[in-house]
Design a protein around this ligand. Sequence first.
Ligand SMILES: CC(C)(COP(=O)(O)OP(=O)(O)OC[C@H]1O[C@@H](n2cnc3c(N)ncnc32)[C@H](O)[C@@H]1OP(=O)(O)O)[C@@H](O)C(=O)NCCC(=O)NCCS
Length: 178
Amino acid sequence: MVIKTLIKNLKKFASESLVTMTELVLPNDTNPLHNLMGGKMMHWMDIVSAISAQKHSNSVVVTASVDNVSFSSPIKLGNVVTLTAKVTRSFSTSMEVHIEVWAEDIPSGTKIKSNEAFFTFVAMDGNGNPKKVPELVPETEKEKNFYESAMRRRELRLVLAGRLKAQDATELRSLFKE
Ligand SMILES: CC(C)(COP(=O)(O)OP(=O)(O)OC[C@H]1O[C@@H](n2cnc3c(N)ncnc32)[C@H](O)[C@@H]1OP(=O)(O)O)[C@@H](O)C(=O)NCCC(=O)NCCS
């Protein structure tokens, strides 16, 4: 039993970190055009992805970075918003989480993907220091694609944050080679 728990804590399937969250857009969540405020959506995205990272790491987590978030179509007052989050890859103490946001108008039966993004979380120990996280095991084709491309996204965000020299971003550089 103890050994089983130890093995489980070293590696976890991507699917174990899946979180789905459903919200209703209320008047207080909207701008004067009766569309969902971008900040409110990012708040929900932060929560759903933090829970996903917590599930993978069995730890308290902090948001380390948020990649580009764009809003392709407005989400209307009264829409039902479904957010899903899943860890795509873990590194040493950090995890990349992919989030999808869907907006549904139940009376008209329409449901569209509003946006998606990648957030990065760091697992923290009881003393507020980063702690090691389990390795992530992708199973489906989509999970494997996200896992493979995660290293490039990590290098890009670390270069932009000034934590990695561009010449050391080997995965990124390989994209530009013949
Ligand atoms: C994120 C944080 C823990 C990093 O601390 P640090 O002292 O720089 O620690 P380290 O250098 O050991 O980095 C820890 C991990 O964070 C990652 N990280 C740090 N900054 C990052 C960034 N801008 N983007 C992506 N990952 C980042 C590192 O790559 C490392 O990951 P790895 O161990 O998997 O390689 C620290 O900056 C922090 O606490 N920030 C505030 C977090 C916060 O308040 N968030 C909002 C509310 S939850």
